[in-house]
Design a protein around this ligand. Structure first.
Ligand code: G1P
Length: 291
């Protein structure tokens, strides 16, 4: 059995790119077809054998907690109707067992590194996953499951990466690697949002991590990095050389749902991939394209 049992979701962001939709609804609750983004991340963890979740939230995020709570009245109503077994199943699948979800607040917007640091009392001294729910990854067994498997083999930290065009390196954390077998490589360096000319490679971090708890010691320093924020990438960079650290090229589908086009693309892609609505979705999209 894997020792990776817990995951952290940094979900304190304001979601300004989706205003006005995100005035009263957290961006993580925007839906891809019929599931909120955050549930895809939770389900991805479950596929990796992870059942304990720490949500690092902010103001206006209470509805995330409600989403994963047991909805007693709703379930009782669906049950009484008799013909709502499917809907009941879907509702129950979105519930996290009592005691397995922690909601804690990042009180100031000090950066991703600080958000992850806020989860430390609940992680303790064990390896853990971090998922940025804006990034939707779809594959079998799943990006996090692949990282957990890699961690189980190496005993170290592991992050998922994908190639980006060089002119986009300033949007991502970028890694330097050696001993590349085409899928997995050792990480030798890491820099947050480097200019294209200064990037050590074009391999970008895609928001999926399995980290050793030592990362908290580095986050504790609260060093300020790119964009004036406490960066997770900087803390990870300091871990290199003190234990195994690998990058894994992720080959599944990935959508950046933090921007409108990526979000639209994800909705279309998931509609076309879902057996229950694929044929109808295709017909709707084809007819729209003809008009
Ligand atoms: C964060 C990370 C960055 C990573 C990116 C993936 O940046 O800091 O290293 O490449 O997520 O989406 P953000 O998009 O929050 O600026």
């Amino acid at each position: 059995m894997s020792r990776v049992r817990k995951a952290v979701f940094p979900v304190a962001g304001l979601g300004t790119r989706f205003l006005p939709a995100t005035k009263a609804i957290p961006k993580e609750m925007l839906t891809i077809v019929d599931r909120p983004l955050i549930q895809y991340a939770v389900d991805e963890c479950r596929a990796a054998g992870i059942e304990e979740f720490v949500f690092v939230t902010g103001r206006n995020k209470q509805v995330i907690e409600d989403h994963f709570d047991l909805a007693y009245e709703l379930e009782a109503t669906l049950e009484a109707r008799g013909n709502k077994q499917h809907e009941l199943g879907q509702t129950r699948a979105a519930t996290i067992r009592t005691g397995n979800a922690i909601f804690t607040r990042q009180q100031q917007p000090l950066g991703l590194g600080h958000a992850v640091w806020c989860a430390r009392p609940w992680i303790g001294n064990e390896p853990f996953a971090v998922l940025l729910p804006d990034e939707l990854t779809l594959s079998t067994p799943g990006c996090t499951a692949e990282l957990v498997n890699l961690h189980d083999r190496t005993g170290g930290s592991a992050i998922a990466v994908m190639d980006v065009p060089r002119e986009q390196t300033n949007r991502y954390g970028i890694v330097a690697i050696r001993n590349d077998d085409g899928t997995v490589a050792e990480v030798t360096g890491m820099v947050e949002k480097p200019k294209p000319a200064e990037a050590p490679s074009t391999l970008s971090i895609i928001g999926r991590y399995v980290l050793l708890p030592e990362v908290f010691e580095h986050l504790e320093r609260r060093d300020i990095g790119a964009g004036g924020e406490i960066q997770l990438t900087d803390a990870m960079a300091r871990m290199i050389g003190h234990g195994p650290f690998h990058a894994m090229r992720y080959r599944g589908a990935r959508y950046d749902c933090g921007n409108r086009l990526g979000f639209l693309e994800a909705n279309v892609a998931v509609s076309l991939a879902r057996p229950d609505i694929a044929a109808e979705s295709r017909a709707v999209i084809e007819s729209l394209l003809k008009s």
